[in-house]
Design a binder for this molecule. Sequence first.
Ligand code: SF4
Length: 491
Amino acid sequence: MIPNHSVSLDDHAEIETRADKPEEACGVFGIYAPGEDVAKLTYFGLYALQHRGQESAGIATFAGEQVHLHKDMGLVSHVFNESTLSKLPGNLAVGHTRYSTTGSSRKVNAQPAVVDTRLGSIALAHNGNLVNTGHLREELLKSKCNLVTTTDSEMIAFAIAEEINAGADWLEGCIRAFNRCQGAFSLVIGTPTGVMGVRDPNGIRPLVIGTLGENPVRYVLASETCGLDIIGADYLRDVEPGELVWITEDGLASFPWSQQPQKKLCIFEMIYFARPDSMMNDETLYSYRLRLGRRLAEESAVEADIVFGVPDSGVPAAIGFSQASGIPYAEGLIKNRYVGRTFIQPTQMMRESGIKMKLNPLKDVLYGKRVVIVDDSIVRGTTSRKLVKTLRDAGVVEVHMRISSPPVTHPCFYGIDTDTQDQLIAATKSVEEIAKQLEVDSLAYLSWKGMLEATREDTNSFCSACFTGDYPTSIPEALKGSKLILEKAAV
Ligand code: SF4
């Protein structure tokens, strides 16, 4: 019989799916389009990139030398309205949506970061994290830079200003500054004369170029292709690792600035962060995630009645798992799509009656079934455990959990918030121990090889350091010590 009581969770009535996931750093957007409403186009670009950061949003426009800036805490749709956008005139714009990975979540840390130089202002929007901020900060403070925020993004802007004020032109000054930076940086930089798009020598965070219209061609930069689609721009190509593109009234010019560029795109962008409708390597990420699920089914088959994904990010892999295994796909959990972050605690009565704020099980679908539940990753494991209990309370008889990525054993230093190493469940526990802790009947992760081979790209062209500890840049000892807790303890 299907239980007719509401399923109660332990202490907390809600299932916080995102809180137990790596958090994305930022989304960036830039446009050079004289004669168009660049602020409004940037607003929609950021709206499409909202999944990359929900804490603050900002847009800077340039009308000649004059820079106009509006930024605040909150979602893109809360920060801007017709009135604020109408006060942002100009020919070009840069925009940013932020999740704080360095610097606390405060308005002053919202981007774009605007800094004055000898040649005029720059407005800089950054996705990624630098790993040499300690050193860079010391250098900048020595030369009496007036750092007002706590972000590495502002340090990049000040390093550019410092080079320009020492006599360099825009290009030379920027390239000199980028050579002082180590780590992950995909940047969009507005100046009075044009917009720049830049990627670090490893191209860890994505950045794409699009075109808008034909005569004349307008150029757009965005973290993902979904930021182009929303304004009707066509994808042209990626900004390459170690490349600077400079978009002015003369069109788009390319300047490779790094001596040793290599492609090391964050594999987690492919598995989970980027929107499934964004294109990478000539296909949607939905298609890649389907293949992850198929490979997962081949590697860790199991007998079950239905398979479903943890909404939304686990769904494509679950469909792939179903296709390869022949186990019927079904919806097992429904996500409340209108729930944002809430700071209001549920009432005691809500807790007791078990109202789910984010995910609700479909009890009649689940009752009496052996289920395969597919998720894209496990970080701390707290959410997965609650989820398993919810399924059992709904009458599921066997829970087989399948994860479409390998165990996360190392922290990220490149702009993804994955906690310190000791917080990562797979850093301290075996797969068997994790299965026991989550109270599942079986647990299997996708192999590292399987994850990379499913890209159908050169398997060396990705960063997968959070699964291996093999970071594509050197990590300064002081920074390592702050996150690689277990390695430190082992020394
Ligand atoms: S360490 Fe992991 S999350 Fe960070 S950039 Fe590399 S693959 Fe991405």
